[in-house]
Write a protein that binds this ligand. Structure first.
Ligand code: PGA
Length: 255
């Protein structure tokens, strides 16, 4: 099953609306019209409206970094799937390890968000990954399996085409340490095996699994050449148009 690469920039809590416009203009100029790799940018909420008008005329997709599971209500400081959809947001990062670590998100709470995202026709980019202690204890696959099973509990097979997973080893995020190509491939293949047990082989083979954690232009080709790595979720390197677009180019020429 051939899966189209998806290269997603996670801008985290960076860039004012004006700075976001400059960055997206540069990205649009270089990779805004090619279509054999999908490109998505995820600005902070405050920049979504301006970036939305900028990507309207290009192939670049727009994502958010989080959302609340309820459609509306007394949830001070939160944003719903409907609100994001109204700004032409197509993707939403859910369960990022920073949200798990600093905001108390769990597989169960993320599961509610994933289910409401798909109800609103928003594509979740569901992040999973082990900590360094878990890897050293030899429990990586056990952790990933629980994150997949619990986070995707009740996920309808009919909506699997909306789902994207991102394997992000926590120890590799923002640290400059990257999983080796083999480590990434092993984890991705293991995740796909869990998806196959849950949804069947053929469905599992169609779900894209991105790698995230210090992906840069110089390691992107190796990671993206792995058979089960279907793109990248890029933090630090997505804040420079040059390095982000270089990663997109690496995906375009990867086998
Ligand atoms: P990084 O972040 O590329 O800066 O390691 C990745 C992420 O957190 O999604």
């Amino acid at each position: 099953m051939s899966r189209k690469f998806l290269i997603t920039g996670n801008w985290k809590m960076n860039l004012t609306p004006d700075e976001s416009v400059s960055l997206v203009d540069e990205i649009n100029a270089v990779v805004g019209i090619q279509t054999n790799v999908q490109v998505c940018v995820c600005p902070p909420f405050t920049s979504i409206p301006v970036v939305s008008t900028k990507v309207e005329q290009s192939e670049v997709l727009l994502g958010a970094q989080n959302m609340h599971e309820e459609p509306s209500g007394a949830y001070t400081g939160e944003v719903s799937a409907e609100m994001l959809r109204s700004l032409y947001v197509s993707h939403v990062i859910l369960g990022h390890s920073e949200r798990r670590q600093y905001f108390g998100e769990t597989n169960t709470s993320i599961n509610s968000k994933i289910l409401s995202a798909i109800n609103a026709n928003l594509k979740p980019i569901y992040c999973i990954g082990e900590t360094l202690e878990e890897r050293e204890a030899g429990s990586t696959m056990e952790i990933l399996s629980a994150q997949v099973r619990e986070g995707l509990s009740g996920f309808p097979s009919s909506a699997l085409d909306l789902l994207v997973l991102a394997y992000e080893p926590v120890w590799a995020i923002g640290t400059g340490k990257t999983a080796t190509n083999d480590m990434a491939q092993d984890a991705h293949a293991g995740i796909r095996k869990v998806l196959a047990e849950m949804f069947g082989e053929s469905a599992a083979s169609s779900v894209r699994i991105l790698y995230g954690g210090s992906m840069k232009p110089d390691n992107a080709t190796g990671l993206l050449s792995q058979p089960d790595v279907d793109g990248g979720l890029i933090g630090g390197a997505s804040l420079s148009a040059k390095s982000f677009c270089d990663i997109v180019q690496a995906a375009m020429s990867a086998p």
